[in-house]
Ligand binder design. Sequence first.
Ligand code: PGA
Ligand code: ZN
Length: 427
Amino acid sequence: MKRRIVSVRAMQILDSRGNPTLKAYVTLDNGITGSASVPSGASTGENEAMELRDGDRRRYGGKGVAKAVENVKDVIARKLLFMDPTRQAQIDHMMMELDGTTDKSNLGANAILSVSMAVARAAAEACGIPLYAYLGGSGPVRIPVPMMNILNGGKHADNSVDFQEFMIVPIGAPTFAEALRYGAETFHALRDALKAKGYSTSVGDEGGFAPDLKSNEEACELIVEAIRAAGYEPGKDIAIALDPAATSFFRDGFYHLERSGRGKKSSSEMTELYKAWMREFPIVSIEDGLDEMDWDGFRDMTSTLGENVQIVGDDIYVTNCRFIERGIRERTTNAVLIKLNQIGTITETMEAVNLCRMAGWGFVVSHRSGETEDSFIADFAVAMGGGQIKSGSVCRSERVAKYNRLLEIEAEEERSVFHWQPTAVTP
Ligand code: PGA
Ligand code: ZN
């Protein structure tokens, strides 16, 4: 039976960094309410859709989202009333038109996304099926392999590490539940290793440790040591993935490894550095190894390393089909990071995923460094079937919420499959 949207509300809540964000509620004529909240990044790409912030310095340092909340309750709600919640694409396009800008700066990508997600939740519940099944259809249910960011640097921590994320990937685990156990045990072994060396064991924005190490390499050395100490074989049971987020240390044509005191490097020297690291450490994926404007550098890096490692574009594509199309044409990378709030609607995010599928590229569904307890991306990653998710470390509940939701899906779903499939093949 066809359902209708009868109410659309929103409120300001806090994200995991203590900054305001939005939670939206969409209620249907049968009383069902779907709700969703949006995350927020720190190392944001230049071309991301725009988060609308109030700019009133007396409240939350200008980061309030009262205007975005009003836009949901007023402008968007008025148009959404009586619409069929299962018409996701129609609803998303309606909001895009209502906004009228390419970067959603009028109504705010945060306002639009909160509604887009809440609509999907309400529709799934109205159909009586879980969100992942509603968005993903009836095929096999592929539970993604988690990329767990257990050591934080760059913009996510105040330490001496230039690279933003050092992740572990349990490529040899037979199930998601086992993968999570591999990860948690390694995380605890890493804590012990850091303690033994007199390093801090406090954590950064994504729940990974944020010690003042002597070099970026030391992060990989310690992780390999922790993998072994936990009883696993590096490269067979557990591999490493990196997100240097290189845009954050790129200036005047060079990559400045200043925090670690390693001087500056050119684009090709960075590729050489990654190549050397790949000989030494079991690295299966490198995201944003270069600056978001360094398209030529990325292409060279992909042609040099892409046969042996997944090269993921995050800031360079910002989940935007226009940039991903160019990347596919120019063989810029061989995989894409997928973040709903970089583009601002479920429909456009699914279009980005479709481009990856058609090109035979890998894709990784991702959280943001500022998160909430909402586990939407867990269902979304299962629905998209790409087999990879990154949701931070195995501590801090806003990170673990996604992993716990995946545990639930795996336990409930008889059709679930789990396997690491290195999608890195240079076309
Ligand atoms: P962000 O970091 O959410 O701060 O942008 C995540 C990433 O770079 O992948
Ligand atoms: Zn990234």
